[in-house]
Structure formats: C-alpha cells, structure tokens
Design a protein around this ligand. Sequence first.
Ligand SMILES: NC(=O)c1ccc[n+]([C@@H]2O[C@H](COP(=O)([O-])OP(=O)(O)OC[C@H]3O[C@@H](n4cnc5c(N)ncnc54)[C@H](O)[C@@H]3O)[C@@H](O)[C@H]2O)c1
Length: 286
Amino acid sequence: MSDYLQYAGKTAVVTGAASGIGKATAQRLVELGAEVHVIDYAPAELPGLASATRANLGVREEIDQAFASLPEHIDAFFGVAGVSGLQHDYNTTLLINFGSYKYISKTYLEARMSEGGAIAYVSSLGGINWERYQEELEGLIQAEGWDAIVKAIEGIGNEDQPGPVAYALSKRLLNLFVAHSAIELAGRGIRVNTLLPTNTETGLTADFAVMRGGRDQLEANSGLNNRLAVPEEMADPLVFLNSHAARYISGQPLLVDFGARNLQLLGRKEDMLDRPLIGEPKAAGS
Ligand SMILES: NC(=O)c1ccc[n+]([C@@H]2O[C@H](COP(=O)([O-])OP(=O)(O)OC[C@H]3O[C@@H](n4cnc5c(N)ncnc54)[C@H](O)[C@@H]3O)[C@@H](O)[C@H]2O)c1
C-alpha cells in the first residue's frame, strides 16, 4: 500500500508530549518511522523517542536551551503544549499558549525549515471567531521578539484577571497568527495549520470541567456524538495536517468536533464566543 503520510525518516518536534494530545501525537509519529524529538516541562516517557527535553515554554531561556539541542533541520513541528489558565495567571496563559509559539516560529522554525516543511499548532474551539475580531488582536500579532511579545501581553492590562479568562483569547491569537504565518511562509513551500479540538479526555479535562461548570457540561458541549474525544482522535488529524497527504493544505483552522459547530452556524445554538475578548471579564472557555 502507498505510504500517503510519508513520515519515515523525517525529523519531527512535538511540544506537550508528556500527556494527552501531544503524547498521542508523538506516539503516532514514532510508529510512522519519524525521528521524534519532544519538549515538555513534565517528563515524557515514551519508547522510541530520539530525544526528550524538559523546558518551560513560558521561559525564553528554556526554549533557547531546548532548541540548542534540537536538530538544525526540522521537517515537521507540532505545537501542542498549552494550559487552561486555571493553574496560571492571565499573562502567563497568553505567553504559553500564544507568545511562545510566535517566538519559536520566528526564531527557530523559519530558520530550520525548508520547502516541504510543515507546522501544526493545537488551538481550540475556544479560539473560534478570531476572524471577526482581528482589530483587537492585530497589535499583539505584530509584536516581534520575546520582549516585545511580553510587553504587548502586559499592555492588555488584564493581569489582575484570572488565568482562564485568557484562554479563549490565547487561542484566537494563535489562530490569527497561523493565518498570517501561512501567508508569509507559503512562498518558501512551508505550510502552517491549526487544529481546533472540542473537549478531549486529557490532563486538562479536570480544569475545563471547573471552568465550564462541571463535567456534564463538557459532555453536553462536545461532539454531536455526545462524548468527549480521546487524545488519539485529535492526534491523528494533527499528524495528517503535517503529512505529505495534506501537502496542499495550509492556513487551515481544522475544527475537530464531530460537527457540533454547525449547530451555532445554523443558529440552532447560541454562539457563546461571538464577542471581543480583551477587556471583558468572564470570557473563559475551552
Ligand atoms: N483537552 C481538551 O479538552 C482541549 C480542548 C481544546 C484544546 N485543547 C488544547 O490541546 C493542547 C494539548 O493539551 P491536552 O488537552 O492534551 O492537555 P494535557 O495537559 O494532557 O497535555 C498538555 C501538555 O503540555 C505540557 N505543557 C503545558 N504547559 C507547558 C509549558 N509551559 N512548557 C512545556 N510544556 C507544557 C504539559 O506538561 C502536558 O504534558 C493544549 O494546547 C490545549 O489548550 C485541549
């Protein structure tokens, strides 16, 4: 049978591989014959990895150290690590979920990738409607370099808000960044996409249950098949996005929610996130 995915011998880097969607992604890539390097601040215990580096994506020096030990050429990058905000403050949530990836892309991926390279981030359904609110996001997207990104985040002036309030905003920023990035890198033959998962059974599920009013709320607002996804159901489409099979797909925010978003698009359910998020308390969502 043809190898449609063509990962054998490719160098892949996965963040967040100690748990959940990142772990399932790294596992699948190992099975497919890629050389898999992972970054997580927790220990990633997976057989077959080429390397596992402990680093906090919220700290520039730790990102720099991690990339110093990674290969000079990267074929596929999977930005999966992210936080709910429940265990972090507002600014740190934005920095980990969005700022770190902008920094990594500009500082390392653009230099280490060539024609055929592919980048896929895990955003969230919480980041929908990003295209309707570009104006409020654009200033943060334009910030170049770690210090400018940190300053732009501080400039929102919401540091006294709880971390979960930043979650949806962080994912909207990531989605908008992907749209820009896909345009900028297209000329070099590098693709950039993002996956927007619905509620998935992972290390973050307990946090999201608190943020969304209980586990039953997560179940009621997941896929139309009425259950949470399992990590592999997100990892597989993510692996597809960076694969040879998806070689003409770029700039795509791929909703993986078993069709549930259509209820909102068809007006059969309220669109909870159709509003600006900056300066609005109580804007949390997963
Ligand atoms: N689980 C869901 O319902 C859901 C829904 C939508 C989006 N997502 C997104 O999926 C992604 C993966 O999360 P998950 O659900 O698999 O949760 P998870 O907690 O199981 O996995 C996240 C991993 O990221 C790592 N990580 C977090 N912050 C880090 C940091 N600062 N530096 C280094 N590593 C860090 C954690 O140690 C963990 O291994 C996240 O970006 C999350 O926002 C999850």
